[in-house]
Design a protein around this ligand. Sequence first.
Ligand SMILES: [Zn+2]
Length: 273
Amino acid sequence: MTWHVDTEDLRAYAQGELAPPMLWSADTHLTACARCRGVLAEVGDPVSLDAGWERLDAELDAPRPGLFERLLLRIGVADHIARLLSATPVLRRSWLGAVVAVLVMSVLAAQIADSPALFLALAPLLPLAGVALSYGPALDPTYEMAVVAPVHGFKLLMIRTVAVLAAGLGLDGLATLALPGFGLRALAWLLPALALTSTGLALTARLGPVLAPSLVGGAWVALLLAAHAHDATATLVPFTAAGQGVAAGVAALAGGLLFLVRDRFDRFQGTAV
Ligand SMILES: [Zn+2]
């Protein structure tokens, strides 16, 4: 090795005053050169030295931002929020792939049976399941990161919900385009989707992130089965004009309730470990 970090620079490094790009050269060189580490140990005080090594470790360990995260950063999303969103499991390929598979099958079923009933029944469940899976320590590998992230409780929930809802509703919407024969009838999933998701979230504050969405999803399936048993030939109740009105009302009520209980999410998150 022919080059060594100059003693003055090592002193500045030890005091945390060395600026890039010299800082980076010094960091890199010090990992490989025992002689400069020796000089550094003589000129520097141990506290700031530790800070230097920690910073180096952190830089080496930091994951490179993926495509999705870089896209979010490019459109102006703050970096800690971009990191959080790109680490949200339901915004990853496996979950989105599963959603697409369910939608493709229900669209095919609608075309074969010449009825959008199965599609309309499944489409509202997807955003609910997505939001449920994106929240809660039991299901979320990024939960620990979410706890230490500078965004907490309700705000975190809302950021993720909006992102997951946008993805879920967007995919549902694309699937609707594959059913042009049913016209506006194929859009009847939208209001129930909003009603189920907002009710699931509002109940999550009281019942937790597993029970609440399970109950809401179960109630939806039970309602559809009951309506089907009552009259299998008619349009199922939630997709009639009256049912759509009720769904809009439920969505608005649950949205209001969610806003009222927003403080519970911070407490819930703190105690759920
Ligand atoms: Zn050296």
